[in-house]
Design a protein around this ligand. Structure first.
Ligand code: HEM
Ligand code: HEM
Length: 433
């Protein structure tokens, strides 16, 4: 008698682990390329690559201000495939952040954040924070001028958080400025606490997706045919994984991870910029009171993201990208308006007189915080009312428009900070450097 239940069901033994992650059969419609793009799976694979390359890097890396920089130089120059290993870890961390952001957008646009997937969404947000934190804590480890000053600038932003900001900053830095204690803290967070939390949350994330009956399907495909996970889904996942690996290997062979001169705490580069993913915040800081740039904007966006699954909708785009042609049109209008308005805002705030000087008797929290924030919120409300009237949009289409405006605005702010800010963070044309 055959004792192996796997072979009894006609499955080859050895696929047990994979079939723990997947059900035995999936809806044929979920194999369509436009529903997930394999982005969630790619994110998972990238985390595995990070853990694997990170563990190998750890053999060579010394987390002390005296030795960290040299250990990286040594790794790159003397260890066989050392440079390649570092490049893989570096590029995968950036690709991971992009993939997670695109995965989140896919989920948001196909309405997959609503019940019964609300927990996947909320815990997904926590995963996004962890991905940003692992990128940020890793940034300091090479201990060069770029990493030292980027971390100094970014952690100093915490000081603007009222009441608890200073304490959080000092706990993270292990003192008043970036030094040995900071490197120890960042190293332990980066190679221990954060990966552990990530693995736990990812396991929960996957379990919730299985509990919700797999990825979302459109109403019209609800009763569609089922196909075997193996080979139909696994083959596709294999192709996506191989393509991603090939892309990373090519990228890492062509471009080396940056390494500037050794960190010099007494010489600050001008301009000193935060890591690219925080550049949008640093740009906001130029236009707004720090309390608004560092606390009000991010907390409002995070609170709105947590609230999203619970907003009542009359009609929703379950498993499809747009409900109607007017939804597509309004999305294009939102994209163009977000771009034009943000560029206009940056230009005007450069040309108009500084409100802080103009109304010197009024506290700056009001002149560069409350007033511009209220104007922006009013402008967004007015804009949404206009497009709602013009295209007679329903609620889920309005939500899509808000998401588009916010993403485009943050992208423009980020690109401005990276490419259009020079010495003293003044505006400049990148080709005139
Ligand atoms: C999602 C997970 C991870 C992300 C996003 C990430 C990201 C990063 C980044 C951005 C750097 C700086 C690389 C550079 O540009 O030079 C870095 C460095 C480093 N990471 Fe990770 N990492 C992750 C997981 C891990 C794990 C699990 C370990 C070890 C257990 C690890 C060990 C290291 C070491 C030793 C360095 C210093 C070497 C270097 O900078 O090249 N990382 N990491
Ligand atoms: C390390 C980060 C992440 C990993 C490894 C991951 C992994 C996955 C995987 C494998 C899936 C199923 C396949 C797919 O949709 O592509 C999935 C679905 C999902 N993820 Fe993520 N995810 C991550 C981050 C996020 C984030 C940041 C969010 C949102 C804030 C999110 C929300 C969701 C939701 C709501 C689903 C269910 C989608 C559906 O049913 O169509 N995830 N995730």
């Amino acid at each position: 008698m055959n004792q192996n239940p796997d072979s009894e069901k006609g499955r080859k033994p050895g696929f047990g682990l994979i079939l723990h992650l997947h059900p035995r059969k999936v809806k044929e419609s979920t194999l369509r390329f436009n529903l997930t793009f394999g982005l969630g799976g790619m994110a998972a694979l990238l985390v595995v690559i990070q853990v694997f390359t990170g563990l190998l890097l750890k053999f060579h890396y010394e987390p002390s201000p005296e030795n960290a920089y040299n250990s990286i130089l040594n790794l790159q120059e003397s260890l066989l495939f050392g440079q390649m290993l570092r490049n893989m870890h570096h590029w995968s961390s950036i690709v991971l952040l992009w993939v997670v952001l695109l995965h989140m957008l896919r989920v948001a646009f196909t309405g997959a954040y609503r019940k019964p997937r609300h927990a996947s969404w909320i815990f997904g947000l926590a995963l996004l924070l962890l991905v940003v934190l692992s990128n940020f804590t890793g940034y300091l480890l090479p201990w060069d001028q770029l990493s030292y000053w980027a971390v100094t600038i970014s952690t100093n932003l915490l000081a603007y958080v009222p009441l608890i900001g200073n304490s959080i900053m000092e706990a993270l830095l292990g003192g008043k400025e970036v030094g040995q204690a900071t490197l120890t803290n960042f190293f332990n967070l980066h190679t221990g606490v954060i990966p552990l939390l990530m693995v736990v949350l990812m396991a929960y994330h996957f379990w919730r997706i299985r509990k919700a009956g797999g990825v979302i399907v459109a109403e019209k495909d609800k009763d569609g045919p089922m196909v075997d996970t193996r080979p139909y889904l696994l083959n596709r996942e294999f192709v996506v994984a191989m393509a991603l690996l090939a892309f990373l290997v090519i990228l890492s062979s062509l471009f080396d991870a940056p390494l500037r001169e050794r960190a010099n705490p007494s010489f600050s580069p001008n301009p000193a910029k935060a890591p690219w993913y925080f550049m949008g915040l640093q740009e906001l800081l130029i236009h707004f009171h720090p309390f608004f740039a560092i606390v009000v904007f991010p907390v409002t966006v995070l609170a709105a993201a947590c609230w999203l699954p619970y907003i009542k909708l009359e009609d929703r785009n379950q498993g499809i990208w747009f409900l109607s042609d007017k939804g597509v049109k309004s999305a294009k209008v939102a994209l163009a308006s977000g771009f034009v308005l943000t560029v206009l805002f940056i230009g005007l705030s450069e040309l108009l007189p500084d409100p802080e000087l103009l109304l010197s008797s009024v506290p700056s929290l009001v002149t560069t915080g409350l007033i511009p924030f209220a104007i922006l919120a009013g402008a967004l409300y007015f804009f949404l009312k206009q497009i709602q009237r013009k295209f007679s949009l329903n609620r889920s289409e309005i939500i899509q428009s808000v998401i588009i405006v916010m993403i485009v605005s943050y992208t423009v702010l980020t690109l401005t900070g990276i490419f259009f800010r020079g010495e003293g963070m003044n505006l400049m044309w990148p080709w005139k450097v």
